[in-house]
Design a protein around this ligand. Sequence first.
Ligand code: HEC
Length: 193
Amino acid sequence: MSKFNFILLAVLAFTVLSCADKDGKGAQYFPNMMYSDAYETYGEYDIFYDGQEAKLPVEGSISRGWMPYEYEDNLDGYDAAKADLKNPLDYTEKNMNKGAELFNIYCAICHGAGDGKGTLVQREKILGVPAFDDQGRAITEGSVYHVIRYGLNTMGSYASQLSQEEMWQVNMYVMKLKGDLEGKEQPPFEKEQ
Ligand code: HEC
């Protein structure tokens, strides 16, 4: 086909096809695709028992990567976590390094190197940030997890920023900082699996 004929055909085809009804959608080959019978996620339909398409998860459902946390957000829960809750992660260099990295991102701005003298404290933007070796608090890995998960007074919860595993990694590093401040020697790491 010569170039000229091709252009002529293209113009002709365009002219014919563009003559469709202005308000209509032109020829439809798959009307079922254009007008889908599918239910919209947040639509309301009679066929559902509560009229709603979107459903809440079944009661007792647990998000992926999360385990239920049985300690309540109150003083009794804090005391119980402080006494009983233990870090389930292996004590490895990898977990410790990840914990240090996350601590420096999320916590060091207030807690510094665990001494409670982070940048915000030095600039007097926040008060009452304790050192991790504070004798009156005597933090344990259980209490630290509880506080990261729920927050404590002016310190917010980190449950939406950190996964459960990450909270335990940060926790490992917090306990290391505490040991450093107390001049304790750190135990040797376990071998990576
Ligand atoms: C905005 C500043 C700020 C940030 C960021 C912050 N904290 Fe705190 N943290 C505080 C303050 C203030 C307290 C004292 C709360 C109180 O006892 O009223 C505290 C208390 C603590 C305690 C002692 C709790 C106890 O049992 O007495 C620990 C442990 C702790 N924070 C860990 C962390 C970790 C881990 C992170 C990062 C995931 C973090 N904090 C981030 C301000 C902060």
